[in-house]
Design a protein around this ligand. Structure first.
Ligand SMILES: [Zn+2]
Length: 272
């Protein structure tokens, strides 16, 4: 919360800090965001949104006349957000979001490399050690699905057009549900704002394909290990070269655009 005396400074809020501690404690003991979300909800722990409503009257349109469950219905994205928020170790993070465009005010998350961080600006709730441990667990975690099966492609699939990750989704139908992946940029921003397409691929199609490739490589490895190795190394070289070519093209495009913008500015000054 905001510091009671010092403007623009954060202070620990004793009403809510125990919840943050509890969430990190769960995570440090190996619970994933999904499990933490379910536990908080079943223990009827009030959400940050509800605290803000109670204390500062924010989000009243969500909470006025809402059923009691609303005050403790946690979402997985809230929990994920808390677990990766450096505010709790005393750092200030700015510039996490930007608008889609000047006209479209929908805000989107910026990549972490573009965030602006200032360390140790206020008293921490969580120790840096615990925070680091939790970040490592999040990175290494292979998410398990609701049925408890391992999601073996988690974190491995990227859209070949835009480079965003492919997200795992399900669609209910007569025979149960079909699981598939699609481009998360398209999913988040849609066709108009995203400049990417769905890139839909069914989970079972991908699984069968990858399995067949693996089986093929295994049998090749049995017959001629050296030949397979040189073949695989070669193809990763080719891919790297392809990616490099694409990056250079993008860089050239960006540089061209910069020249255009510079020219525009010069023109603006001349006109004034
Ligand atoms: Zn894409």
């Amino acid at each position: 919360m905001r510091h009671p005396e010092e403007h623009n400074k954060l202070a620990i809020d004793p009403d809510t800090s125990w919840i943050i501690e509890k969430i990190f404690d769960f995570a440090a003991h190996g619970a994933g965001a999904g499990k933490i979300t379910r536990t908080l909800t079943s223990e009827k722990i009030p959400t940050p949104g509800y605290f803000n409503y109670k204390k500062y009257g924010l989000f009243s349109k969500f909470y006025d006349n809402a059923p009691a469950e609303k005050s403790y219905t946690w979402t997985i994205s809230t929990v994920r957000g808390i677990l990766s928020d450096e505010t709790y170790i005393g750092n200030s993070v700015h510039g996490k979001q930007t608008n889609v465009s000047y006209k479209n005010k929908k805000s989107i998350r910026k990549p972490e490399s573009e965030w602006f961080k200032v360390e140790n600006t206020h008293e921490p709730i969580i120790s840096k050690d615990i925070f680091e441990q939790v970040q490592d667990q999040i990175t290494n975690r292979r998410r398990s699905t609701k049925s408890g099966t391992m999601q073996i492609f988690a974190g491995l699939l990227k859209c070949s057009d835009c480079g965003w990750s492919m997200s795992y989704c399900g669609k209910k139908n007569r025979n149960g549900s079909t699981m598939y992946f699609n481009c998360s940029k398209f999913r988040q921003l849609g066709k108009a704002g995203g400049q990417c397409t769905a890139h839909y691929i069914r989970y079972d199609t991908l699984y069968t394909y990858v399995l067949a490739r693996l089986q093929d490589w295994i049998s090749q490895a049995h017959t001629d290990e050296k030949q397979l190795l040189s073949k695989l190394l070669n193809s990763s070289d080719k891919e790297a070269a392809k990616a490099h070519k694409k990056q250079s093209a993008e860089l050239a495009k960006a540089e061209k655009r910069k020249v255009e913008v510079d020219r525009l500015f010069v023109k603006l000054y001349e006109d004034v």
